[in-house]
Design a protein around this ligand. Structure first.
Ligand code: G1P
Length: 320
């Protein structure tokens, strides 16, 4: 972890900006290799979760928290994301002519959620680099970062709590989930100290994907951040870290060392759609909760599960 050896960052001594947060950055440039071949010609962010692409849930979450300017950091082969958040003139006209207002709304909604911008990362140099690409768009205001693989249950208020902590404490805010020791190597991991406030900690150090033996705690950084613009100066000089990539965690370690990072503890419902089994769980769970599909689907699911023995698939079951 190179960040530890770097000198303190002078800009951190400046008064941190305290303007309300309006902009969100959504890094969406990854190759999605875990979902090949589905992601050969379709961005992983566009994989459907029931009947909406995963990334729409993320944009809806940002919009619900009052973030009305969203910058997607994309790469090649991500045109489908741009098209999804744009108008689809012919489709809209056809649905309007039929008077199909429900589907017309479903088609129009993504473009109405927020003011959505797209920027290509160019080179896949890591999450820290993706965030740095947003510098010109974000300017000197605090901003949120939402990672597309983490879907928050729409009933959760995590992002609002984080924005509230930013309002009161300035600096940057990360979201922390306590995970089993054997999972810390999958996440950025935080060293923390309690504050006087329940569910809010001071982050004193961060390390990207440590082994369970070297991890400072079991608090994993999950994919929601509220960042002070001071992070950009730090990212400019953050050398490649773990995996040869410029890590956002390394830049945040510098800010944490300067005492300007808080953590909001999260123990609610979160779905990791970057993992195949979790993705399947997410689809099943959200389908069961849908008012229009839930009853029928859950009835089938109950029946299906009751006839399912471990290691046996539907195809192996004798015909009725
Ligand atoms: C990224 C971050 C990591 C964070 C994780 C949350 O890792 O680098 O610090 O804990 O997102 O999902 P990735 O999952 O992209 O490998």
């Amino acid at each position: 972890m190179n960040a530890r050896h770097r000198a303190p960052v002078p800009s951190l001594t400046a008064t941190p900006s305290r303007r309300p947060v309006r902009k969100a950055v959504v890094p969406a440039a990854g190759l999605g290799t875990r979902f090949l071949p589905a992601t050969k010609a379709t961005p992983k962010e566009m994989l459907p979760v029931v009947d909406k692409p995963a990334i729409q849930y993320v944009v809806e979450e940002a919009a619900a928290a009052g973030l009305d300017d969203i910058l997607m950091i994309t790469g090649r082969h991500k045109r489908a994301i741009e098209d999804h958040f744009d108008h689809a003139f012919e489709l809209e006209q056809t649905l309007a002519a039929k008077g199909d207002t429900a589907r017309l709304d479903a088609v129009r909604d993504p473009a109405r959620l927020a003011d959505i911008h797209h920027l290509r990362q160019g080179e896949p140099l890591g999450l820290g680099h993706a965030v740095l690409c947003a510098r010109r768009h974000v300017g000197d205001q605090p901003f949120a970062v939402l990672l597309g693989d983490d879907l928050m249950d729409p009933r959760e208020t995590l992002l609002n709590r984080m924005l509230d902590v930013r309002d009161r404490h300035a600096g940057s805010v990360v979201a922390l989930l306590e995970v089993p020791a054997e999972q810390v190597h999958l996440y950025g991991c935080a060293a923390v100290e309690p504050t006087s406030e329940d569910g809010v900690v001071r982050v004193t150090g961060l390390v990207e994907k440590p082994s369970s033996e070297t991890a400072p705690s079991r608090y994993a950084v999950i994919g929601r951040y509220v960042l002070d613009p001071a992070v950009f100066d730090v990212l400019e000089r953050t050398p490649p870290g773990r995996g040869g990539e410029i890590q956002l965690t390394d830049a945040l370690q510098d800010l944490a060392a300067a005492g300007t990072v808080h953590g909001v503890l999260f123990s609610g419902l979160r779905y990791d759609t970057g993992d195949k089994v979790e993705y399947l769980r997410t689809v099943v769970r959200l389908a069961c909760e849908r008012p229009d599909l839930g009853a029928e689907f859950a009835a089938w699911l109950r029946d299906f599960v009751s006839g399912l023995e471990p290691g046996r698939t539907e195809r192996d079951r004798p015909a009725a």
